[in-house]
Design a protein around this ligand. Structure first.
Ligand code: F6R
Length: 613
């Protein structure tokens, strides 16, 4: 979603900001703009469309050299993606510039109030309202921009990150956050503000988490953080563990290709230090063994791809721990009055740690007295901060909008948690063997990646298909859902995932000559009954003229007679199979989008971090 960059320091603010916005492009946006403070004036340039449009605009009408500025990539909510609606927005006297991420819920009320006061609004956005409000408060607080920001925030409802600069205060940028991300980067005689660390990682790895309802005053040589009441608060500084190179394409045509290829490492990094003597050790697990034993129900909540990892988690948790587990879309969770109490453990899974639906689910769960564990890839993000415990995935920065390596590491993290819980419960299963199998998964992902050319060829063959179906049973079902989601979001094709057993209850009517159907086949030795059932499903599909693309483990010859195409994956227990079975589906979707000429890293209409409900 919207990307925010603020800078005060020794370099050209414009250069730092545009480079930062470039690094935030992955979040998804449809217009961009900058403002710099120079000689008592705020100068802005704003353009609809990609950053290149803004850069061309700046080239044709250059901005004055400045060391203080703010920049924004906008993902439209209130008002279309036009030059006028792009941020920054200015106050009437053009002294205050504001950029914003999130939604101001009481915007129409404030808009009416401002119009009644004689202010002429220029855009359709909720953000412009903030610029006027801030400006109107300034005289009453002796032009103290931070104090005006605090007072402004007191008038706002909703989720927001706001960053403002003032024409007459050349060395200051002020930021505020509520329910929406904002990180500070501490440099030497320069400081940064951004939606996430990737915007300033080329300059500094020292970052500061901003808490909920906090305002930061950023100067070249100081960072001051207060709460909305003006009370100074202590901040937690941390070092970002990855560097700028990790957020570059590294020779790949797209970030997605790079991230798919990084999956063995991402899986290995997520396992690193957490398996000792064939046992899972989660040093960061803040719950005591007694607390974990008192959990009588687990509810997993997440969105999109992360939800699919939650679906896989349910199979592992119930199988290995016998603790009942439900999985729920975060956007539905709090609206259905779920049954929660102190013995319920709610697990939130999120790559970004900022997804508003999931965040709201966490807050709801806490209000009901439940404990919350988050599984998250982004250090310093909101969800881990608001959870009682966190298991970090170590996928590194995921820039492509479509989640790949983050998904695989989420699945690994939930296996580790499930095994940890099983250890705590003293399970009679051979946990050591299972831990060993999980530890082998990185190497197995590597093997799959080596055999992906036939999958790319399949994308060519089915490029003109009107639809693609995916079916699976047990953990193959969430894999099918994930395969369909990847194809929809990247190749804009109609794609559906089904539980294979449900085919005969309706979706079978979709089958027709030549329709490609991916089938995820479980291990014949590990799950003979499931295997037999899915072989019947493959036959059902084939009998109706559809083309079966069968994902089956090495050595499974029983599926050969019914498969139009076979994609081989390494042998592993069925429960762990999603880690390898998902990879060909990612490759297929990525290749299909490339063949169709679509932007693989930034699919249309999508944002990387969805910070509105
Ligand atoms: C799909 C995808 C999305 C995210 C979802 C949740 O490829 O990336 O479906 O999985 O928006 O995002 P996080 O994990 O950041 O909460």
């Amino acid at each position: 979603m919207c990307g925010i960059v603020g800078y005060v320091g020794k370099q050209s603010a414009l250069d730092v900001i545009v480079a930062g916005l470039r690094r935030l492009e992955y979040r998804g946006y449809d217009s961009a703009g900058v403002a710099v403070v120079a000689n008592g004036v705020i100068e802005t340039r704003k353009k609809a469309g990609k950053l290149i449009n803004l850069e061309n605009e700046i080239e044709s009408t250059p901005l004055t050299q400045s060391h203080t500025g703010i920049g924004h990539t906008r993902w439209a909510t209130h008002g279309g993606p036009t030059d006028l609606n792009a941020h920054p927005h200015l106050s009437e006297d053009k002294k205050v510039a504001v950029i914003h991420n999130g939604i101001i819920e009481n915007f129409s009320e404030l808009r009416t109030e401002l119009i009644a006061a004689g202010i002429k609004l220029q855009s359709d956005t909720d953000t412009e309202v903030v610029a006027h409000l801030l400006s109107s408060i300034l005289p009453s607080v002796k032009n103290d921009l931070a104090e005006a920001m605090r007072k402004t925030c007191g008038r706002l409802r909703g989720a927001f990150t706001l960053v403002a600069a003032h024409a007459d205060i050349p060395d200051l940028v002020v930021g505020a956050r509520r329910n929406s991300p904002l990180v500070v980067g501490r440099g030497e005689n320069e400081n940064f503000l951004a939606s996430d660390v990737s915007a300033f990682i080329a300059h500094t790895r020292n970052a500061i988490e901003l808490g909920q309802d906090q305002v930061v005053e950023l100067r070249a040589d100081s960072i001051r953080v207060t709460d909305f009441a003006g009370k100074e608060v202590a901040v937690t500084e941390y070092e970002v563990t990855w560097d700028a190179a990790a957020a570059e394409k590294g020779g790949f045509d797209t970030f997605m290709l790079k991230e798919i290829s990084e999956q063995p490492k991402a899986v290995a990094d997520t396992l690193l230090g957490r398996i000792k003597n064939n046992r899972v050790e989660l040093d960061e697990m803040k719950f005591s063994a007694d607390e974990l034993r008192s959990v009588d129900k687990i509810i997993i909540t997440a969105c999109g791809t992360a939800y699919h990892s939650g679906l896989i988690a349910k199979y592992a948790i119930e199988r290995w721990t016998r603790v009942p587990c439900e999985v729920e879309l975060a956007s539905e969770f709090r609206y259905r009055d779920p049954i929660l109490d102190k013995n319920t453990l709610v697990i939130a899974i999120s790559q970004s740690g900022e997804t508003m639906d999931t965040l709201m689910a966490i807050r709801y769960a806490k209000e009901q007295g439940s404990r919350v564990l988050s599984i998250c890839n982004t250090q310093g993000s909101t969800m881990p901060r608001e959870s009682d415990a966190v298991i970090y995935t170590h996928a590194g920065p995921e820039i492509a909008v479509a989640s790949t390596k983050a998904f695989l590491t989420q699945v690994i993290a939930v296996y580790m948690f499930a095994l940890f819980l099983a250890q705590v419960h003293g399970s009679e299963l051979d946990l050591e063997a299972l831990v060993g199998e999980v530890a082998d998964m990185s190497a197995k992902v590597d093997l799959v990646l080596d055999t992906m050319q036939p999958v790319r060829d399949l994308a060519k063959q089915y490029m003109n298909a009107s639809s693609v179906l995916f079916i699976g049973r047990h953990v193959g079902y969430p894999v099918a859902l994930e395969g369909a989601l990847k194809l929809k979001e990247l190749a804009y094709m109609h794609a559906e995932g089904f539980a294979a057993g449900e085919l005969k209850h309706g979706p079978i009517a979709l089958l027709e000559d030549g329709l490609p159907v991916f089938v995820i086949v479980p291990s014949p030795t590990d799950s003979p009954v499931l295997h037999e059932k899915i072989v019947s499903n493959i036959q059902e599909v084939r009998a109706r003229g559809a083309h079966t693309i069968v994902i089956a483990q090495e050595g499974d010859e029983s599926v050969v007679p019914f498969a139009h195409h076979i994609i081989r994956i390494p042998k592993c227990p069925s429960l762990l199979q999603p880690v390898v079975a998902t990879v060909p589906l990612q490759v297929f979707a990525c290749e299909m989008a490339t063949l169709k000429g679509y932007d693989v890293d930034q699919p249309r209409n999508l944002a990387k971090s969805v910070t509105v409900e």
